[in-house]
Design a binder for this molecule. Structure first.
Ligand SMILES: Nc1ncnc2c1ncn2[C@@H]1O[C@H](COP(=O)(O)OP(=O)(O)OP(=O)(O)O)[C@@H](O)[C@H]1O
Ligand SMILES: [Mg+2]
Length: 217
């Protein structure tokens, strides 16, 4: 499956969730490649930091921040169980290309009453992609949920009727995500029995449970 983490909004957790999802699947023995489709190259920075720390490479990270992604990603998918695309903020051409490549788009959103859940433009891009890819699945992922989960629950309820729907498992505001990323690690490598690691495992299981298969060309 090709899963793309996309939101035009910056800093919502696209890179954090892409790395930890890829890492979780790799830990389960899946062959995973992460495509860094962000010109900022944050996922590539992470993998370089990982190499400097002398940690084993559990999945490959390739930089493909160009709008031919929809042609290149399916090629990479032939030799992998999962391709995870870490999308860029803002760049519409790259987002379009990622949407044409993806089987599933995950839209990380931060549950804040001040923010719109996703920009109208983001949702318009998903609708547009469905003209060419009617089977494209899309889900919101609530990230950085505070300890007061009422807000997150209200958000989940608001989004339950929404298209795209919201995934059940949410991700908390956890310092472990930043600490792990700084040293080129996944949260499960700091300690696999922390809330952050359990949330990533639950999120991965929920995605697996969607049962999305790559359409054979
Ligand atoms: N659940 C979380 N708990 C705590 N910190 C988080 C969480 N998710 C992300 N962060 C932190 O928020 C910052 C932004 O996250 P991240 O880089 O993953 O967002 P992004 O959507 O990829 O941003 P950009 O649009 O710039 O690529 C990072 O410092 C990251 O460590
Ligand atoms: Mg990023």
């Amino acid at each position: 499956m090709i899963v793309a983490l996309l939101n035009q909004k910056g800093g919502v957790g696209k890179t954090t969730l892409a790395l930890n999802l890829a890492g979780e699947w790799a830990r389960q023995g899946k062959r995973v490649t992460l495509i860094d489709a962000d010109p900022q190259g944050s996922a590539l920075d992470w993998s370089q930091q990982r190499a400097r720390e002398g940690l084993a490479r559990t999945f490959g990270v390739v930089g493909l921040a160009r709008d031919t992604l929809h042609r290149e990603a399916p090629e990479l998918a032939r030799n992998a169980d999962h391709i995870v695309i870490d999308g860029p903020p803002r760049v519409a051409a790259l987002m379009r290309s990622a949407l044409l490549a993806a089987d599933l788009v995950l839209i990380p959103v931060q549950p804040s009453p001040l923010d719109g859940w996703a920009s109208a433009e983001m949702l318009a891009l998903v609708s547009e992609a469905r003209i060419y890819r009617p089977d494209l699945a899309a889900r919101f992922v609530l990230n950085r949920c505070g300890a007061r989960t009422v807000l997150a629950r209200e958000t989940a309820e608001t989004l339950a009727d929404h298209d795209p729907p919201v995934l059940g498992p949410t991700i908390g505001q956890r310092v472990a995500f930043a600490v792990a990323a700084q040293s080129g690690r996944m949260v499960s490598e700091l300690d696999d029995d922390t809330p952050a690691a359990r949330e990533i495992a639950a999120l991965t299981a929920a995605i697996d449970a969607l049962g999305i298969r790559r359409a054979t060309p």
